[in-house]
Every structure is written in C-alpha cells, then in structure tokens.
Design a protein around this ligand. Structure first.
Ligand code: DAT
Ligand code: MG
Length: 140
C-alpha cells in the first residue's frame, strides 16, 4: 500500500522568523518522511489555485497578499494518516486558541492583521493533498 501524502507550507511568517527547521523537526520527530521540499516566492497565480476554496471570503485578498509577502517553503510529507496527523501537529486555525504543544499554539499568536498568520498550511483531505501537491510539485 502506498503511503498517504500531504502538502505542507511554511508560510512567510514562519520563514521570516527562522522556524523552517522547527517545523521540519516536528514533522520528522513525529515519524513522517519528507519526500520533497522547495523554497519559492509564490505569485498570485499559484495562490489563486491553492486557495481557490476561499475566493470571495473577506480574508481572501489579505491572505493572498500575506502569502506573497516573502518566501515560503513547500514540503511533501508522507506516512499513514499524515494528512490528519499533520493537521493535529499544526493545531487549529486560530493561533490564540490552538493547543499548546502544536505548531500554531506554541509559535504563533494574533498579530491584529486582517488575515490570521499561523506559520503553516496542511492539506485537509486526500483530494486537497493531491490537488495541492500538483500545484507546488508539478512533476510528482
Ligand atoms: P487552515 O489553514 O486551518 O486549513 P482555512 O483553510 O480555513 O484554515 O483558511 C486558510 C487560511 O486563511 C488560514 O490558515 C488563516 C486564514 N484564515 C482563515 N479563516 C480566517 C478568518 N476568519 N479571518 C482571517 N483569516 C482567516
Ligand atoms: Mg485549509
């Protein structure tokens, strides 16, 4: 059985604060494999695809602007139930209430911005993971 894959992004706040290694360490410490990794400056076209589900929401434009504000790191991680497992490692969307012990709970807080800045993205389903991996790693 081929193992499940997920798309993880270290967002511009995570890269700017020097937390790339911390995020990778938590993925590896949990026991997931890093299959692919690249640093990039995302453009609007790639983000419109990635965040298509959020088009029209009040935080959509701030989200796209934030994600273009600096380099990001895209990671494909794999392992049984990695999609659910990484979402658990990341914690809930709002870092103020994300549980201590999670990436968002330990490393992020409300910055008073229009979009929540919360260090990482993780795919939320097998369908999302397949779609998102193709966006950031077109050959995989
Ligand atoms: P998640 O990243 O936990 O899957 P999401 O897909 O609902 O959350 O939203 C994508 C990102 O947009 C999220 O990480 C932070 C931001 N965001 C979500 N809901 C928001 C809101 N109500 N106000 C401001 N930013 C929001
Ligand atoms: Mg999401």
């Amino acid at each position: 059985m081929s193992s499940e894959k997920t798309l993880i992004l270290v967002k511009p706040d995570g890269v700017a604060r020097g937390l790339v290694g911390e995020v990778i360490s938590r993925i590896e410490a949990k026991g997931y494999a890093i299959d692919a990794l690249r640093m990039l400056q995302a453009d609007r076209a790639i983000l419109e695809k990635h965040y298509a589900e959020h088009i029209g929401k009040p935080f959509y434009e701030p989200l796209v602007e934030f994600m273009m504000s600096g380099p990001i790191v895209a990671i494909v991680a794999s392992g049984n139930r990695v999609i659910e497992g990484f979402r658990s490692l990341a914690g809930v969307t709002d870092p103020t209430v994300a549980a201590p012990g999670t990436i968002r709970g330990d490393l992020a807080r409300d910055q008073g911005t229009k979009v929540v800045q919360n260090i990482v993205h993780g795919s939320d389903s097998i369908e999302s993971a397949t779609r998102e991996i193709e966006i950031f790693f077109p050959s995989k």
